[in-house]
Design a protein around this ligand. Structure first.
Ligand SMILES: Cc1ncc(COP(=O)(O)O)c(C=O)c1O
Length: 599
C-alpha cells in the first residue's frame, strides 16, 4: 500500500471510531507531514482521497474539517435478539424522547462557568482542608438552602458525592452492610439504575406499586415490610421517576412513621427537587425524620450543574459506615466542581436560572400534553407530572411499548418503554416515559402524530408485532411511512458559509420533520425548503383542525426541512447573504388535520 493510502486509512479509522468527530479540525498538512514522517505531496494525496470519500472537507482559510463518519442508521444498538435498554436511548435520534438526561440546551451554563472561574482563585487554600465529607463551603450552603426550604439538617450530616448515583449506591451498600438484609423494597415504577445497583450487591428487589392518582397503599406496604423484612425502602416521595407525582405530606409523615416502627431505613432519592412545576419545592421525607431513619440523596445534575457530578447524602445513623465506604471507593468528590457550586449558591444567581428552566419545562410539557391529547388513541391516560422533565403515559391495553420501540426508532423517535422501570416479569407493558425537555413544540409536533399513528396501527393488528423487527433492518411489515434522507446522527448546524458573503453551500440539512400526505407527487415531496435564513423566514403558522373520524392518517409521510426558531429560545439566524431568488415551500398534511405554511 502506498504511503498516502496508508495515511488516509489512519485518518479514516480515527473518524470511523469517533476519535475525530464532525467539525474537528484536521491537522494541517505540514503537521501531518511532521507527525507521520511523510512528504507534503503524500499528505496532500491522502487528504484528497479523504475528501473524495466525504470524510473531510477543505474550508477556505481554515484548513480541513472532519465531516463525520458516513451514515450510520442508528447509534450502537444491541444485538438483534436482545432488548433495547436505557443505554441505547441516546440523543442521536432527531426526537430522543426516551433519553434519561435533561436537554442540555435548556441549561444556562454561564453562571456556573463564572462561578468556576472565581472559585478557582481560592483553590490552593481549599485543597488544604479538603476531605472525604466534601467541601465545607458547599456543605454549609446546602444546609442553609434546606433550612430555608423547611428542612433542618444536622451539622455533620451532609456528605458530598459524585452525583446522586453515588449517594444512592453508598446508601444501599451501607444499609446492606449494617442490617445484613436480603432484600430492599422499591416503590415502582422506579429509576432503572436502582435495580442494577441492588443486583450488584446481591439484594433482591421487592416492589411496592404506587398509583399515580392514589399514592401508596400504606396497609399493603406494611404487610410487605412485615412479611419480607427488607433492609430499606427506596422511594422518591417527590416527583417519583418516571411518573412525576409527589406523595402528599400526610403520606410522607405516615411513611417515615411506618419505617420507624418496623426499622427498615428509608433511602430517599430527591434528584428532581429543584425542578418543581408548581409554586414551590415540596418537602422531602427527610423533613419528617426525627430518628435518623431517612438517608436523603440528591444532586444538582438535573438542574444547575449537569456534568459537574456533584451530589450529596444526608447520612443519618449510618454516618461512619458511609464515610468508610466513600473513603475506600472514591476517596472524595472533585473539589473544583464543589467550589463552583458553593460559589454559585452563595451568589444567589441560581434562582433566576432555575426559574427560567422551570418556565421552559412547563411550556414544553403543556405543548406536549396538548399534542398527545389531540392525537393519541382513546383510552390513553396521561399522567401530569408535578416536577422533573419526564412524563408517563399509559396506553390502551394490548399495546406492548417494548415492541413498538424499534418501529418508532426507525422513524427517528424513541421513548422509554415501561418494563424498564420494574424488576418483575409481569410488569405493565403498555406504558411509556417521554422526556419533554427534548420536545420542541415547533419542530416535533409531527413526531407525536407519527407516534400516534404507529400506536393505532399496532392496536389494529397486535399479533403482527409479536416478533419485534430489527430496527436496523429498515423495514417492518409493509413499507415505512418515513425513510430518512439524512443521518440519524446528523445534528442541526449552520454552515460557516451562512455567516459569510458567499452563497450557502451543501444540501439544506433538516432539523424539522413535517408530515406530508403521500398523495403529493414525488417532486413536491422532494422539494426541500432551503434554510430559513435564505428564504428570510419570518413566521411559521400552524393551524390545527380536528380530523374527521373517517379520515385516515396513514397516508401521511414524513419529510424534513431546514432550521427554524423555537419558541422564544432561538432567534432566526441572521445572515449577510442575500439570495437573488426567494422561494418558499408549503406543505400540508390534510390527513392529520394539520397545515403548515412557511412564508
Ligand atoms: C431518578 C434519578 N435518580 C438519580 C439519578 C442520578 O443522578 P446523578 O446524575 O446526580 O448521579 C438520576 C439520573 O438520571 C435519576 O433520574
Amino acid at each position: 500500500m502506498s504511503k498516502s493510502l496508508h495515511l488516509a486509512q489512519l485518518f479514516r479509522y480515527a473518524i470511523e471510531q469517533g476519535h475525530l468527530v464532525r467539525g474537528d479540525r484536521m491537522p494541517s498538512l505540514r503537521k501531518a507531514c511532521q507527525d507521520h514522517q511523510v512528504s507534503l505531496t503524500t499528505a496532500q494525496r491522502a487528504y484528497d482521497q479523504l475528501e473524495r470519500e466525504n470524510y473531510i472537507a477543505a474550508v477556505p482559510r481554515s484548513g480541513f474539517r472532519v465531516l463525520g463518519r458516513p451514515d450510520k442508521p442508528h447509534p450502537a444498538l444491541p444485538p438483534a435478539d436482545s432488548p433495547i435498554g436505557m443505554e441505547h436511548l441516546t440523543t442521536a435520534l432527531p426526537m430522543p424522547w426516551g433519553c434519561p438526561f435533561m436537554n442540555s440546551s435548556l441549561i444556562n451554563t454561564t453562571p456556573m462557568n463564572k462561578a468556576l472561574t472565581q472559585a478557582l482563585k481560592d483553590y490552593r487554600t481549599a485543597l488544604i482542608s479538603h476531605d472525604t465529607d466534601g467541601h465545607d463551603g458547599l456543605r454549609r450552603e446546602l444546609a442553609l438552602r434546606y433550612l430555608t426550604q423547611g428542612t433542618r439538617l444536622e451539622g455533620e450530616e451532609l456528605l458530598i458525592t459524585c452525583g446522586c448515583m453515588e449517594a444512592l449506591s453508598l446508601a444501599i451498600r451501607a444499609v446492606a452492610n449494617v442490617s445484613a438484609c436480603r432484600s430492599m423494597l422499591v416503590v415502582t415504577p422506579a429509576f432503572p439504575a436502582i435495580r442494577q445497583q441492588l443486583e450488584q450487591v446481591g439484594l433482591q428487589m421487592l416492589e411496592a406499586d404506587c398509583d399515580p392518582e392514589h399514592g401508596l397503599d400504606m396497609a399493603k406496604l406494611e404487610q410487605q415490610i412485615e412479611q419480607h423484612q427488607p433492609g430499606a425502602l427506596i422511594v422518591m416521595a417527590n416527583f417519583q421517576h418516571p411518573v412525576g407525582r409527589t406523595l402528599p405530606d400526610s403520606q410522607k409523615a405516615a411513611l417515615v412513621e411506618l419505617a420507624d416502627r418496623h426499622r427498615p431505613a428509608i433511602i430517599e432519592d430527591d434528584t428532581y427537587r429543584e425542578l418543581y412545576l408548581g409554586e414551590q419545592a415540596p418537602l422531602p421525607l427527610k423533613a419528617f425524620d426525627q430518628r435518623g431513619t431517612v438517608l436523603h440523596c440528591s444532586s444538582f445534575s438535573k438542574s444547575l450543574a449537569p456534568g459537574y457530578r456533584v451530589g450529596w447524602i444526608a447520612v443519618s445513623r449510618y454516618r461512619d459506615t458511609i464515610r468508610g465506604l466513600k473513603l475506600y471507593s472514591s476517596l472524595g468528590t472533585p473539589l473544583p466542581s464543589q467550589m463552583a457550586l458553593a460559589r454559585l449558591l452563595a451568589s444567589g444567581h441560581q434562582e433566576e436560572m432555575l426559574q427560567r428552566l422551570r418556565h421552559t419545562l412547563r411550556q414544553r410539557l403543556t405543548a406536549l400534553q396538548q399534542q398527545l391529547a389531540e392525537h393519541f388513541p382513546v383510552g390513553t391516560r396521561l399522567i401530569t407530572p408535578q416536577g422533573g422533565y419526564v412524563m408517563w403515559l399509559e396506553l390502551p391495553h394490548g399495546l406492548n411499548t417494548s415492541q413498538l420501540l424499534p418501529m418508532a426508532m426507525q422513524q427517528g423517535i424513541h421513548f422509554a418503554p415501561s418494563p424498564l422501570f420494574y424488576a418483575r416479569p409481569d410488569a405493565p407493558v403498555n406504558a411509556l416515559r417521554l422526556n419533554f425537555s427534548f420536545y420542541d413544540p415547533l419542530r416535533h409536533g409531527s413526531g407525536i402524530i407519527l407516534l400516534a399513528e404507529l400506536i393505532k396501527r399496532y392496536l389494529l393488528k397486535p399479533e403482527r408485532h409479536d416478533v419485534a423487527p430489527d430496527p436496523r433492518a429498515g423495514r417492518f411489515g409493509q413499507p415505512y411511512l418515513f425513510r430518512p434522507r439524512r443521518s440519524y446522527t446528523a445534528c442541526a448546524s449552520v454552515p460557516r458559509s451562512t455567516y459569510s458573503s458567499s452563497p450557502p453551500t451543501g444540501m439544506p440539512r433538516a432539523i424539522r420533520v413535517t408530515l406530508m400526505p403521500r398523495s403529493l407527487n414525488s417532486s413536491a415531496i422532494m422539494c426541500a425548503v432551503t434554510s430559513p435564513s435564505a428564504v428570510k423566514l419570518v413566521a411559521i403558522t400552524t393551524s390545527c383542525t380536528t380530523p374527521s373520524s373517517t379520515r385516515s392518517i396513514n397516508l401521511s409521510r414524513l419529510t424534513s426541512c431546514g432550521p427554524m426558531p423555537s419558541i422564544g429560545e432561538i432567534r432566526p439566524i441572521n445572515t449577510k447573504y442575500k439570495p437573488s431568488k426567494h422561494c418558499a415551500c408549503s406543505s400540508t398534511s390534510k390527513s392529520a388535520g394539520i397545515s403548515t405554511t412557511h412564508s
